[in-house]
Design a binder for this molecule. Sequence first.
Ligand SMILES: CC(C)(COP(=O)(O)OP(=O)(O)OC[C@H]1O[C@@H](n2cnc3c(N)ncnc32)[C@H](O)[C@@H]1OP(=O)(O)O)[C@@H](O)C(=O)NCCC(=O)NCCS
Length: 172
Amino acid sequence: MTDVLKRVAVLPIDGDEQVAIDEITAALADDIARPLARALAAIDPWARYHFTPSQFAGYFGDPAPIAPRYLLRRGDDIAGLVALKLGWMFGTYLQLIAVLPAHQGRGIGGAVLDWLDQTARGRGERNQFVVTSAFNIRGLALYQAHGFTPIATMPGLINDRESEILLRKRLT
Ligand SMILES: CC(C)(COP(=O)(O)OP(=O)(O)OC[C@H]1O[C@@H](n2cnc3c(N)ncnc32)[C@H](O)[C@@H]1OP(=O)(O)O)[C@@H](O)C(=O)NCCC(=O)NCCS
């Protein structure tokens, strides 16, 4: 697996632990990608939307330069996945941030958002954007604690019963 991963950061998290951020530089092997896709499909918000593992396949193929993806590693475990879209409305769109349940509540999500903020500022970006479901109270709280402001509600974006919230963070 290591030949397709490039370590770009190691961040401190709660309890004197660390999370490593490994950029996915080429298609991930099936034995990594398939269990991760199953794990993502099994957690909300994606479980509530009945996403299937195959809907995550696009995150594990050859990455495009404008759509970097990162595996989060805690020790030897895969702790989560981050996917970005660069060059989105004068900034970056945080397309997907997921910390798997066994690794949640240890400061990984917050540490990753801080790292994304610093790297975006390093690229001279003006904005960061993220979309999360209105029912995702924890996700909304995390983003707002890290400087994002809700700017639009989008009913029916994913299905007719739910709404998504677009949040923006100004970096200038
Ligand atoms: C939202 C998510 C990314 C947060 O990641 P995380 O690593 O658990 O986050 P952290 O440990 O950094 O905690 C973030 C905040 O949530 C709080 N928190 C931790 N565990 C919690 C729990 N079980 N319930 C509610 N809040 C909790 C923390 O206190 C922290 O708040 P603070 O910043 O005010 O201290 C993660 O829960 C996740 O991947 N969820 C499923 C996918 C998802 O919702 N993605 C984001 C929106 S699409």
